[in-house]
Design a protein around this ligand. Structure first.
Ligand SMILES: NC(=O)c1ccc[n+]([C@@H]2O[C@H](COP(=O)([O-])OP(=O)(O)OC[C@H]3O[C@@H](n4cnc5c(N)ncnc54)[C@H](OP(=O)(O)O)[C@@H]3O)[C@@H](O)[C@H]2O)c1
Length: 302
């Protein structure tokens, strides 16, 4: 099969398409013929050496495709599924554990489905599992136009019914408002900590200086959830608030729910650009820019 391999860390061009053996699905796994995959920032962090990764390796986890071989209960050969690959997503075939995939709703494309797993489950877990966001509360989402953020804005507004404030640059104002945000803070014009105060939940998908700046927006008793930096736990305690880091854990029930929300049109998934497999270096360069609107998708096969 064709796959994109990482042999050594470096710039986007270290990623090369090669012919390798198909992975063998283990017990409780399926082999998926991958139709589409999507890029998550952790993959350029692995590629660049910012985060450690064993090589050689096929990067990527988000996939959508067709079950080619099933060694798991509940999934039949020929079934369309989406979820997280165990063996690397930038490939024509990927093995996946049954617990990490769900049936792809007929109403969504493979490109849409591949864009959902990491972004959808991360946003879901941050807002609902960690922050227990409730109707009538307020939620501030930093990085509101990104892969995780644009899901979070819609979940906060449409599912929780929270007053939702997005944070991003000028060019994404209209986009984030169109997702349902009630307010928008343009971080290129205003300090978020000066523009907003008293929120119940702040969700940080940006990291760095933004994480600490967001703490000033949270009310005493409120919570800051970050997926991108160490949480400022002590500073949060001093304010009578809580700061927590989330590492997403795969949950196929949540995955199926997110798929249904897109299939019914309640939630939309924004696809910034679709690249063929041999253009993964361009896809990585775009992700690394830090300013993608929605998700970057790889179209792999039919
Ligand atoms: N812990 C976990 O389990 C987990 C899971 C998923 C992702 N992550 C991490 O979470 C981060 C976000 O992931 P992602 O997939 O959403 O990334 P992404 O799609 O690359 O996010 C890009 C977005 O970030 C926005 N952005 C950049 N700088 C900003 C700033 N200073 N303030 C507000 N918005 C800003 C950009 O908006 P503008 O163009 O308007 O600036 C852009 O729309 C990454 O670091 C990723 O590795 C962690």
């Amino acid at each position: 099969m064709r796959a994109v391999l990482l042999h050594e860390t470096g710039g986007p061009d270290v990623l090369r398409v090669e012919e390798i053996e198909r992975p063998e699905p283990g017990e409780g796994e399926v082999l998926i013929r991958v139709h589409a995959a999507s890029i998550n920032p952790i993959e350029w962090k692995y590629r660049s050496g910012l985060m450690p990764k064993k090589v050689p390796s096929v990067l990527g986890s988000d996939i959508s495709g067709t079950v080619e071989i099933s060694r798991a209960d509940g999934f039949a050969e020929g079934e369309e599924v989406f979820g997280l690959a165990a063996s690397g997503a930038y490939a024509e075939f990927a093995a996946a554990r049954a617990a990490m995939i769900a049936s792809k709703p007929a109403g969504i494309s493979h490109e849409q489905a591949a864009a959902l797993p990491v972004a959808g489950m991360t946003a879901w877990q941050a807002l609902f599992d960690r922050a227990a966001l409730q109707r009538g509360q307020s939620a501030l989402i930093a990085g509101a136009s990104g892969g995780v953020g644009h899901m979070a804005v819609q979940f906060a507004k449409k599912l929780a019914g929270a007053r939702t404030i997005g944070v991003g640059s000028s060019r994404n104002r209209e986009f984030v408002l169109s997702l349902g945000a009630d307010e928008y803070v343009d971080y290129t014009q205003q300090e978020v900590g000066e523009a907003v105060s008293g929120v119940d939940v702040a969700f940080d998908t940006v990291g760095g200086a933004m994480t600490r700046a967001l703490l000033a927006t949270v009310r005493p008793g409120g919570v800051l959830i970050t997926i991108a930096s160490a949480p400022p736990e002590d500073a949060a305690l001093e304010r009578g608030a809580r700061a927590d880091m989330l590492i997403m854990s795969p949950d196929s029930t949540q995955l199926a729910r997110v798929g249904e929300l897109v299939a019914t049109g309640e939630v939309r998934v924004e696809i910034a650009e679709v690249f063929p497999l041999n253009e993964v270096p361009r896809a990585h360069a775009l992700s690394e820019s830090g300013h993608v609107r929605g998700k970057i998708v790889l179209e792999i096969g039919g």
